[in-house]
Design a protein around this ligand. Structure first.
Ligand code: R5P
Length: 291
């Protein structure tokens, strides 16, 4: 087996190759003067099981293009099995046509991957599980909530786990099960045109309690800022935030910390200042199950 690390891989290729004790290959890539991308995999991979690792933030469009070209370049060889791992898969939030005339971007991205004939696809906390059904190959979705919960285990006492909206409730429940804790969810309303967020006040008995908010993505931080501000008003004790994909656009982290969150942590599905929860062991376990 060989692991191929694409340019935006946040170091997971190297860690996974180490755990599995296999060679790591880096792609050769360059940009033509007009901006077009060139990708080549030089090693002869005939007969090999190959794992390709790439993430898709930052630079979603370029990362995806590089991933498509890398997978296609492998068609030069007769591989045994091809496993593609993208811990953060961009565009998955547009998993419906919310407004007339919109693109169903999540399906477009998955359909392009389908055209490239992958044997297995592994991701982490895809935004909505129903997108997994669009893959033609077997698609595996690793859940980071138990890892995030374990990160906070020693820092909290009888916590309540909250999801900032209904969409992340299953993640909050998984984290709550891990810590044998209570859980609940908040009600978020997003304006589909402006993108602005409002977390509705909710009668929820959190005064004096330790709270962990669990979400899949932190992008602008708007969701967490709204939730944290409301929870502080309700008199919570310690307030922690765990997210799988800490995109942290612009100064999202600083703005969240201003809400007096005690700590915020993310996984290393993308690089960030808070990517402390490590996914490599879970990824290696998933690979071992299929190869
Ligand atoms: C939305 O459905 C997601 O689960 C996240 O809550 C959202 O993407 C976070 O975005 P932002 O940080 O911009 O509020």
């Amino acid at each position: 087996m060989k692991v191929i690390s694409c340019l935006n891989d946040p170091g997971l290729g190297e860690s996974v190759a180490k755990i599995m004790n296999v060679d790591l290959i880096r792609i050769s890539s360059k940009k033509f003067p007009d901006g077009e991308l060139y990708v080549r995999v030089r090693e002869n991979l005939n007969g090999e099981d190959v794992v390709v690792l790439q993430t898709t933030y930052p630079n979603q469009n370029e990362s995806l293009t590089e991933l498509y070209f890398t997978i296609d370049s492998l068609r030069s060889y007769k591989l045994h099995k091809l496993v593609v791992i993208v811990p953060y898969l961009a565009y998955m939030r547009q998993d419906k046509r919310f407004l007339m005339g919109e693109s169903l971007s999540a399906k477009v991205v998955i359909n392009i991957l389908n055209m490239l004939n992958i044997d297995y696809f592994i991701t982490v906390d895809i935004h909505n599980d129903h997108c997994l059904k669009w893959f033609k190959c077997k698609a595996i979705n690793i859940h980071a909530a138990p890892l995030l919960a374990n990160y906070f285990r020693e820092k909290v006492s009888k916590p309540i786990i909250l999801s900032p909206d209904m969409g992340s409730l299953s993640r909050a429940i998984e984290a709550a099960n891990t810590l044998k804790a209570d859980y609940d969810f908040l009600i978020k309303i997003r304006d589909r045109v402006t993108g602005s967020i409002q977390v509705k006040p909710k009668e929820i008995d959190v005064a004096g309690r330790d709270v962990i908010i669990i979400d899949d993505i932190i992008s602008t931080g708007g969701t967490i800022i709204n939730a944290a501000t409301m929870l502080r008003k309700l008199g919570v004790n310690k307030l922690f935030v765990g997210c799988t994909h800490p995109l942290l656009v612009n100064n999202a982290l600083e703005k969240i910390l201003q809400t007096k969150v005690d700590e915020i942590v993310g996984s290393n599905s993308v690089r960030s200042a808070i990517s402390k929860v490590q996914l490599q062991e879970e990824i290696a376990k998933s690979i071992k199950k299929i190869i």
